[in-house]
Design a protein around this ligand. Structure first.
Ligand code: SF4
Length: 401
């Protein structure tokens, strides 16, 4: 299928938006103490999970028969615990069930402790064309603190092995803001990452999500979180350093290497769906789906998920229809996350308001403080503004409500 029309600014008109398919692989060798993604360490359930995913594809695909997909994302959990053969089976079945564009982006998240060149070559042969390696840090001390199963050497080797396996679209994930982390230590990670020349970098601030070990450790004083001011320094350090080294800071946590003449080519096509209100279908326990302002999610329990599928049911755990005010709130928040910011004409048309009339004082103040840039058709945060994203989004929403 030919790609749909693309506007001058690179955005795709809402009616023509292509969808993304997400497959959640809920297995990990061990649980990292900061992680709140759904995963289990009992790999014995893998076969039942795989059989269920195939059945879920069959069930779900009929509902998406009118939709073209241009991304498929294996996320987790640890998708690299699936063998290349298993990945190929899922991919081939997905291709038979869903309408994929020829140039589909197929991403697989890999944990450095689970891959070698042969395995990565297998993924490539299976049809994966983008690999995201969960490096998190190149410091052994940091990796031990984060409870990762891999070493600094394994992290480097995984990136090199991906390159030798033939991947040219390689992403590296990093975590910053560890307790006591200095600017110099963070820069050391960034420098090493840039030397490996990945197409894409994600830099996530260490979070203390409720229910995690780190949340409890912080609450009981075992861990002292990095103060906000120092987190801000590290965020700005990454943005400045990576922009200087040829990366486009295109979303709060994401950077894509700039290619001359194709500035958007190396962004994560799949993840942009979440920020652009594009439709996506999620398969597997805990996976979310979104279409036409309706969001639903699967049961976040592998046993319940497998049982529901075996009984011929949809494994849906809940759903919501976004009210207009929820849509408006999300449009502001998600728009501000992106370098392109909020598309004013699109926003005004969609919500029947004038963004600038409703937010004039706040918007002007943010502009004067150097936290936002205002133009006729865009309202964007600067990198300093991104540090205050939540507060700014809230202030704008108050004006728009
Ligand atoms: S490997 Fe990834 S998904 Fe698994 S526990 Fe660690 S951070 Fe979470």
């Amino acid at each position: 299928m030919p790609p749909g029309p693309v506007a001058k600014d690179g955005s795709i008109p809402a009616a023509k938006k292509t969808a993304g398919l997400y497959i959640h692989v809920p297995f990990c060798l061990s649980k990292c103490p900061y992680c709140d993604f759904y995963s289990v360490t009992d790999l014995k359930r893998k076969d039942a999970y795989l059989a269920s995913i195939l059945l879920e594809m069959e069930k779900v695909s009929a509902k998406w028969a009118d939709t073209a997909f241009d991304s498929l994302y294996f996320g987790g959990g640890t998708p690299s615990l699936l063998s290349p053969f298993e990945v190929e089976k899922l991919l081939k079945t997905a291709e038979n069930r869903f309408r994929f564009r020829k140039d589909v982006e197929v991403t697989l998240e890999a944990n450095p402790g689970t891959v070698d060149r042969v395995r990565l070559e297998g993924y490539k042969t299976a049809g994966v064309n983008r690999i995201v390696i969960g490096v998190q840090s190149f410091s052994l001390k940091n990796l031990a603190f984060l409870g990762r199963i891999h070493t600094d050497t394994e992290a480097e080797r995984a990136v090199e092995a991906a390159r030798r396996a033939g991947f040219d679209n390689i992403g590296i994930d990093l975590i910053f803001g560890l307790p006591g982390q200095s600017k110099g230590q963070w820069l050391a990670d960034l420098k090493k990452a840039v030397r490996m020349d990945p197409a894409h970098l994600s830099c996530y601030l260490l979070s203390y999500a409720p229910g995690t070990i780190f949340f409890a450790s912080r609450a009981s004083g075992i861990i002292t979180a990095l103060p906000q001011k120092r987190q801000a320094v590290l965020f700005l350090t990454a943005s400045e350093f990576l922009e200087k080294h040829g990366y486009l800071h295109y979303e709060v946590s994401n950077y894509a290497r700039k290619l001359s003449g194709r500035p958007d080519a190396l962004r994560s096509r799949h993840n942009q769906k979440y920020w652009n209100f594009s439709p996506y279908a999620g398969l597997g326990p805990g996976a979310h789906s979104f279409r036409k302002n309706r969001r639903w999610w699967n049961l976040k329990n592998i046993n319940a998920y497998v049982d529901q599928i075996a009984s011929g049911n949809h494994p849906v755990g809940g759903w919501e229809r976004l009210s207009t005010s929820q849509q408006l709130m999300e449009a502001v928040y998600l728009g501000l996350r992106k370098r392109e910011g909020i598309d004013i004409r699109d926003f005004d048309r969609r919500f029947g308001v004038s963004f600038y009339d409703c937010t004039s004082k706040t918007a002007a103040r943010l502009g004067q403080e150097g936290w936002a840039t205002l133009s006729f058709d865009r309202f964007c945060l600067t990198r300093r503004g991104m540090l205050h994203l939540d507060d700014i989004a809230q202030a704008l929403v108050v004006g728009l409500s």
